[in-house]
Design a protein around this ligand. Sequence first.
Ligand SMILES: *Cc1c(COP(=O)(O)O)cnc(C)c1O
Length: 496
Amino acid sequence: MSATTMHTDPDPFAEPSPARHAEGSSRAGPKDLPSVDGLLRLPGASALLAEHGHTLVAGEARGLLDALRAKALAGVLDAGSLGAESLQQALSRRVERRLAPRMRQVINLTGTVLHTNLGRAVLADAAVSHLVAMMAGPNNLEYDLDTGRRGDRDALVEEMLCALTGAQAATVVNNNAAAVLLTIAALARGREVIVSRGELVEIGGAFRMPDVMEAAGATLVEVGTTNRTHPHDYERAIGDRTALLMKVHTSNYAIQGFTSSVDEARLAEIAHARGLPLASDLGAGSLVDLGAYGLPREPTPQEKLAAGCDVVSFSGDKLLGGPQAGLIVGTREAIGRIRAFPMKRALRVSKLPLAALEATLALYLRPERLARDLPTLRMLVRPIDEIRAQAQALRPLLANAVAPRFSVEPVELQGQIGSGSLPVDRLASAGLAIAPVERKGAGRALDALAAALRALPRPVIGRIADDRLLLDLRCLEDAGPLQAQCDELGRILRDK
Ligand SMILES: *Cc1c(COP(=O)(O)O)cnc(C)c1O
């Protein structure tokens, strides 16, 4: 407890003064502080020194003393906090906090399976173990074990990507934004790229198709209108400076009503008749037909290649369910130019995602097992009855933790795939709604509840809607970590 909360003097105008007595506590001044050496000589501090070494512990000791000095100068330092026990504990807490990773596992109860702010796809066990095994020692990232010569990192996944998509060649970069940038730069730098006005997407913040064109050094030529683009719009726009025709999947919005667009097959004919390549930015790009799993369909790279696209790019951590990466598949000639372009070196993927990607792609070789082995797909197809039953089972424990200020009810919810995949489709889901019992101050109570959930050792992220905090349980494959934190949640709420 801090010195200020100990201060119980009823006179609101009383100035806190050093060494004044309040309920048995007294104020300490700067001269009462120990030196850094004095602090480090305390028995508890020597244990910390033995474990963590001098640099970290002495640094935190200085930080602690600075903080205490500031309080002392403000006249609010309680003398009790200068006792050996208090000092040791404060130092130990500071060291612990400094070492605690900033990146932490959270529990995603937002109802959005691929949540960009929460790291998108959760890796499959096979990907995690391959990643860990490969990172723990040297590996053949760019070394050909057959010939003993320098190899190419793309070769680790190229064969598999080609087998899965029917492409002639494939390469991998940092993310799909990089894949699009590189594709445009390599195929159309200094020349023109034709894109429909209905497809000039913005994918969150800085990634906007016109800006990407500019960054890649290409000139965007917009054709058609927002709702309708026809084959002759493309045909008329093709000129001497045209280098590329491009289709962009409108992954985070839908244009409905009086619409028309030109599909890849038709566009490929138009492009190829003029000797131009056609590129397609798919965004999510599922490698399997989601319709077969009872989910809304999303275009696949294999069907875009079959339709005649020369290059198709898609994300590794959206529907593919792997690590952040940008996958580029296509013809030998187009991929060859992309790979040879100098920017490729700056955008290349590191060994970490590459290991995870290889293991994730391997899961697609056994499609019958995919809905079990790939967490993204597993969560997307999780039966609603199972989610409802889980909500019922969790309810008493959670209700107990948030009582008496909140009540907990099972609810039917609408989740989403996320990451700009299938923006208008909702996933029927279920979960728990936590509502304040008192209507007065309900907004503040909900904010406090959301903050308490975030303050848990493994933070729980829900969403607030209609004066309730909603916990969508679709992504809660293992309720254990949530159950284990219910007591702690109750404690945090009581202390607030
Ligand atoms: C998501 C998306 C991107 C960007 O992909 P990242 O992997 O996030 O870099 C680009 N284009 C489209 C159409 C997308 O949906």
